[in-house]
Design a protein around this ligand. Sequence first.
Ligand SMILES: Cc1cc2nc3c(=O)[nH]c(=O)nc-3n(C[C@H](O)[C@H](O)[C@H](O)COP(=O)(O)OP(=O)(O)OC[C@H]3O[C@@H](n4cnc5c(N)ncnc54)[C@H](O)[C@@H]3O)c2cc1C
Length: 443
Amino acid sequence: MIDNVMSELIIIGGGLAGAEAAYQAARYGVDVTLYEMRPIRQTPAHKTGLLGELVCSNSLRSVFPDTAHGLLKTELTIANSLIMQAARATSIPAGSALAVNRDEFASFITQKIGDHPRIKVIREEVTLLPDQPAIIATGPLTSDALTAAIIEVTAEGSLYFYDAIAPIVDADTIDHNLVYYASRYGKGTDDYLNCPMDEETYNRFYDALIEADRVVKRDFEDEKFFESCMPIEVMAHRGKETLRFGPLRPVGLPHPKTGEVANAVVQLRAENAQRSAFNLVGFQTRLKQPQQQKVFRLIPGLQEAEFLRYGSIHRNTFINSPQHLDRFLRLKLSRPNGYIYFAGQLTGVEGYLESTAMGLLAGIFAARDVLALPQFRPSNESACGALLDYITSPKVDKFQPSNINFGLLPPLEKNIRDKKLKKQAIVQRAIEAWQVFIAQAHR
Ligand SMILES: Cc1cc2nc3c(=O)[nH]c(=O)nc-3n(C[C@H](O)[C@H](O)[C@H](O)COP(=O)(O)OP(=O)(O)OC[C@H]3O[C@@H](n4cnc5c(N)ncnc54)[C@H](O)[C@@H]3O)c2cc1C
């Protein structure tokens, strides 16, 4: 247990977020003690005792600078991220993605952290929240005892969730000639975009959905989840009509011009007030990502849709960050001997680099508090700032984890019609905003 630790900052969890946070805080000259329970105690998904182990895919997504993940990489690199250093040093050829040799990647991180004069690594499970400044970065598979301790301070009924995430598409890539705004039975405002399917289109879509490859389920991801939040393809396997009486039911959604009721209707719900991104309602899925593209592009209006986020389902643990964290990732509930910060996937971001980004920010914020330096926040025009804003902004109605996507960044003041130029302008603005933050944070 943590007692008599003389370091200025404790970090619990040596995954992507915890390792990044430790590295960033130590750069400030803060003494850090990093607790990692592996290999003494394993999670159901990790296999080694290495810090920064990737639990699943070895891909850190796109390298193209004009994609949301490309932008996140640029920002992390500007901030001298340890995880990005490891990724570049251990990358392997993977087309447009930054993929890594996973063992070399985690070994690089383990060695850098282990060799750092200001970081001490202790292999131990932490079961209580420390009574001194600390960052909790224990990830989606936080151990049961610590989860119980977090539940106690957040007063949440439970922190375990099975994330059932529906895909999100870029509004600019929807064919608006084939879809229409309407809400069922005209109730409320016309907030949904509706994609009508005739019988032939539905049959083609159904057959493709049934045949598509799914991601293999992990042992610890039990089936009981599926009853409460069923993947679209599992529902489809129950019978050809199940979807037409479920999420694709057409009743109450006649076409506003012809009055015709389609055979089936896929509804898209806006992700933000600017309606720049839409999610596919009821389309939580375990289909592999290329299969999602192939099958969901059969939906009228989505034939050229760009996916900002793919659907997924996996076990997760996250806190209701907008309710519990302040603007600097600190637990709002005040504690007598220093702030408790949260970082990584626990904060409700989704993905390797997103977790890293929240580790990086938590490390900077915590170090500045320990050293009694003024705090700065990155603008939400940057990718890291947009993620931070998303998880700490109380304006989100029902908080759900998110990966980075351009839908989280505010629209440009002046709209640019050309899609490529528009993305370039958003990326340029983001990098400038991020550079301002990094200059302030390291002044
Ligand atoms: C099964 C599964 C598959 C996933 N696949 C992908 C994918 O393909 N791509 C992707 O981008 N994201 C994926 N994710 C999400 C992924 O977990 C995160 O993106 C990322 O690893 C989160 O980083 P983190 O630092 O927050 O947590 P982690 O990387 O999980 O690190 C948390 C660390 O805390 C340690 N720990 C836990 N409890 C304690 C304790 N009480 N005391 C001390 N140490 C503790 C753990 O051992 C672990 O090392 C997946 C998640 C799961 C669960």
